[in-house]
Design a protein around this ligand. Structure first.
Ligand code: UD1
Length: 471
């Protein structure tokens, strides 16, 4: 079914305006910070709003580039997307005149593929670009496509696009996933809300963003229930109605700020931060000996009494929720550079998520990448300011963390990757006492990634970026 040499892979996204973060490190962060709305919930909710012709209103939506791209993608389909005030989006998709999600959207953001399920279920057809091709990283979408086929859709793949059709309605079915997939679960669930009959998704992802999406769907009139921790059941409805929903807080942003407090030797209180969403990271803090206290929707980290070497080394391994989020692997690695001894990191979810450690090494970290899934980190290391390049969203935030902890000035190229998923990150760190500014890049550099052997190669497919990898 795959095509020989589709024009698809020859597409080069327009360059992002080159910007850098300039960071003067070595200053402990102090104060309170409110966690923003969750990117990985808001994006799916904007897509879910197309399941009805009535108006849906979302609040606490983060002001980030990925949300802007999703809103723009919907507008190009003919969906009305209003943004009346910061954090508020209203979506009305009564008339959709263009059931085509182009490569431009997929190249900017892999999450555009979440439109497959809702558009197919509501309008019976959609043509959608494959975001997971060679050109932009190893991120398959086979589970999404197979789930739609199980629900009765016919899907062809030509020239880099999936042509999906479901004459009549989709049919409820048992959707068995060979591995746990967050967006795969969500796509199947969104499609099943309008399918004819009963759908069971197993194993279903257990990430809190999936449950927040379920809450929104239920207020739209959908019959969706998590019947077991790993099972979601849906009874399809003929139509759904408009709804209002407040997006949950971003647990990945929360984890990033927790690490920032720890590695700068500061004290920070997170507000709107449910502790249970970051319990795996809280456990890491407890294991390594950093004081952390969970309150009612607040988390307090106090690293002011710690001296170099007080932090203990540990072994971390990423896993689907409730395990340690792969999106928090890179912040956790920055933390482990400050632990006295050898820590070991296992990245179980993705293959390209340890490459960024090469950039961390430029700041003095003693890191060895054994293979795409394992690394060791020796500490404690007094990180030093350096010029580094961001290759993807989560690694970008982590290089900022390292720069905040480092002595001296760092110049972090590729700021646009971070804008994709972190709301006003420079302003928020600034309010905690960090010296960080975002400015035009005087010398635009190509983002580079450093492989396990330390070889530097151009990041033609910056993971989350054109990524698309993860976000
Ligand atoms: C989501 C998150 C991302 C997070 C990731 C894992 C969004 C927008 N992004 O990404 O931030 O890092 O979950 O928690 O919510 N896979 C396949 N075939 C598929 C789909 C996935 O083989 O069709 C594989 C992936 O390559 C990966 C694993 O399944 O190895 C899990 O990925 P998945 O949970 O699907 O990640 P996303 O939903 O894309």
């Amino acid at each position: 079914m795959a095509d020989a040499k589709p024009f698809h892979w020859e597409y080069t996204p327009p360059p992002a305006p080159p910007e850098v973060f300039r960071i003067e490190g070595g200053r402990p962060l102090h104060g309170n910070v409110r966690v923003s709305g969750a990117k990985n919930a808001a994006l799916k909710m904007l897509a879910a709003a197309t399941l009805t012709g009535e108006r849906c209103r979302l609040t606490n939506v983060p002001e980030i580039e990925d949300v802007r791209v999703m809103a723009e993608t919907l507008r190009e389909l003919g969906v009305v997307v209003d943004h009346p005030s910061p954090g508020v989006y209203e979506v009305a998709s009564g008339d959709v005149d263009w059931l085509f999600v182009p490569l431009e959207a997929a190249a900017k953001m892999r999450a555009s593929f979440i439109l497959l399920g809702p558009l197919l279920a509501r309008f019976g057809r959609v043509i959608i670009s494959n975001p997971g091709g060679d050109r932009i990283g190893r991120r398959p979408v086979n589970l999404h496509v197979e789930a739609m086929r199980t629900l009765g859709a016919s899907i062809d793949y030509r020239n880099g696009y999936y042509y999906a059709q479901a004459p009549g309605r989709l049919r409820g079915a048992e959707v068995r996933m060979p591995i746990v997939s967050v967006m795969g679960t969500e796509n199947a669930m969104l499609a099943a809300t309008l399918a004819d009959g009963h759908t069971v998704i197993r194993p279903a992802a257990q990430e809190p963003e999936v449950d927040d999406l379920i809450t929104m769907l239920r207020s739209m009139g959908a019959d969706v229930t998590r019947t077991y921790p790993d099972t979601i059941e849906i009874y399809g409805k003929k139509r759904l109605r408009g709804a209002e929903h407040r997006v949950m807080p971003d647990r990945i942003e929360a984890g990033t700020f927790l690490v920032a407090a720890a590695v700068t030797g500061g004290r920070v209180t997170l507000e709107e931060a449910p502790c249970e969403h970051v319990s795996a990271l809280v456990e890491v803090f407890e294991q390594v000996g950093i004081p952390i206290v969970c309150g009612q929707d607040t988390i307090d980290v106090d690293a002011t009494g710690l001296r170099p070497g007080d932090i203990r080394p540990c072994q971390i391994e990423t896993a689907p929720y409730p395990g340690l989020a792969t999106d928090l692997q890179s912040p956790a690695c920055v933390l482990l550079t400050q632990a006295g001894g050898t820590s070991r990191v296992t990245e179980s979810i993705f293959e390209d998520r340890l490459e960024w450690l090469g950039e961390l090494r430029r700041m003095g970290a003693r890191v060895e990448v054994e293979d795409p899934h394992h690394a060791t980190i020796q500490g404690p290391t007094a990180l030093r300011g350096a010029e580094v390049s961001i290759g993807d969203l989560r690694a970008g935030a982590s290089l900022i963390l390292a720069a905040l902890a480092a002595e001296g000035e760092s110049v972090v190229h590729g700021a646009h990757h971070v804008q994709r998923g972190y709301e006003h990150i420079d302003r928020k760190f600034g309010e905690l006492g960090a010296r960080i500014v975002r400015t035009a890049d005087p010398v635009a550099r190509t983002a580079t990634t450093v492989g396990p052997a330390g070889s530097t190669s151009p990041a033609t497919a910056p993971s989350e970026a054109s990524d698309p990898p993860a976000g």
